[in-house]
Ligand binder design. Sequence first.
Ligand code: ADP
Ligand code: MG
Length: 630
Amino acid sequence: MAERKGSIKVSTENIFPVIRQWLYTDKDIFLREIVSNAADAITKLERLRTMGQWDEEEKPAYRIDVSYDKGQNLITVEDNGLGMTEEELDNYINNIAYSGAMAFIEKYQDQSDAGSGVIGHFGLGFYSSFMVSSKVRIDTLSWQEGAKACFWESDTGTDYTMGDGDRDTWGTKISMYLSDEAKEDFDAFKLRQILTKYAQFMPYPIYFHDIEEEEKKAQEALENGESQDEESKEEAVSTEPKPINNPNPLWTKSPSEISDEEYISFYHELFQDYRDPLFWIHLNMDYPFRLQGILYFPKAEEHMDTLAGRLKVYYNQVFVADDVKELIPDYLFLLRGCLDSPDLPLNVSRSNLQYDSNLEKLSNHIVRKVADQLKDLAKNEREKYESYWKDLSLFVRYGSLCDHKFYDRAKEAFLFESEDGTYRSFAELKESGKEKFYYTTDPKAQIAYIKRLTAKDEWVFLMEHELDLPFMQNLDMHDQLHFVRVDAEVAGESGNEDRKEQLERIFRKATGNDKLEIEVKGLGPDAEAAILTEDEETRAMRDLYERMGQDMGQDLDSLIPPKHTLVLNTDQSLITKLCLLDETSGKEETSLTLAEEIYDLARLSHGSLLGDDLLHFLKRSQTLLEQVDL
Ligand code: ADP
Ligand code: MG
């Protein structure tokens, strides 16, 4: 064709604000766009081939080559995709609004699922190259019989020159001459980094060439040419360039064909993390939207480390963004993994999602899948599931607190760990017919309380985490599973009520607390003489306040006074003795000392004997022991 000049038909007012928007946010994406276009061009050509439009029998060795020539400040991206004719250059590059992908889809949509697999459909990606370039050149040759090679060149993005090119194989090469400003921002290292981020799993092999380095190597090889022995020649062969990406990421394969080892090593690849995940969920669906991905459950201690970059979102194997909040509920960030969906509503820069009702459906679907998988495991592989539970439970509790839908879906996967290390399921609790369940926040300190309950075949669960309190409140509210701490009350027959008044008088006097609550019980002669209990509701409230750690203007004890009750066992000989001493003239002092000691023992077991009170107790005990006769 004759060389010609022209102006692009879309006004600059339309396009440059968008490009500039990118410019300010993230320059790096130009490379993603240009490499994506190369991948799109290959996808289109391969589709034409499989549809029989292109009579190439064998699938060609598709590839994308990215090179960086520091000397010339030049980045090139070359593909062996379908290329463009002069007319297509005109349509797709000069007439921005006429996006090639749209035309392609329109043309072929009746023939197959032509829409899938083509990532670009905004018709702006190519122009992002002007964010970093002072000149951009396209050299292209269409796959079509008899097509002529042509070029397109522009140094403004708006005025161009087109003409005959010299390409002799089908495909396209985009040459970007870096602007003075961009020269500073990009080097081989940085480009490699961007490619790894965005193109790590693009569907065709991508090779990166650092021209300067390759020339240096070639030079060295030449210099060493004569002296080269057999061994190093072999070495030179084995250092064949390798693609910088993995064109077949695991999520694109069928779950039934993937071994555990593959899942684990893919995790290492995805996160450059040497640790192993616990287990995983492979998402793979076509309807009502297309979604693939793998969600990994990490070990508990990794739940919190670097919460960024944990869930990578892809669009046809092109990286879009990390941790897309609109797609993935908060608590799922405790997991790690990747999601790929060509149905993501991307905005024009393709780095963000646009709100869309599909997004909510996708998000719901992911949540449902996660919950179902947990339920499945809990039901069918209970032993394995139990071994995961310690690592899983934070996620499950946090998830069910954040999202009631998740709570409802996942509750059958809840496990409750007993103080003896065994587990009971949500269903077992529901079906137990028990009115309430006991829990301990500190199995060592609360041992006496625990033993008393387990001796009566009560279930005592460990609830040591700060999420447990709200978690139990949820269980109570939604499923009528009522929990009380082991020290909240003492179960047992009522005691000798006739003694109550007398005991109340003695203990109130001995402790100097005339509001001390007393309860009498018959707990048997071998049980403790006295047990201190603490009202569950008040304690839970105090716990909550304490955890919020806010300054409440006054101290907790005066804001929410603890509600303690001293439960006295009238079956115990010590209590009988105490009453007798109280009734014997001249023994009143002794009875008060004994009462103090009994009260302190109860507080000691409860864990609330602290500070000066503890010192008094130690001193008194020693004095009492000194009275033991030889
Ligand atoms: P989009 O990819 O969203 O369609 P772009 O601005 O990135 O928009 O590209 C515009 C059009 O230019 C593409 O649709 C395609 O038709 C054409 N194009 C760009 N790069 C290539 C390439 N490497 N090979 C063939 N066609 C290309
Ligand atoms: Mg594009």
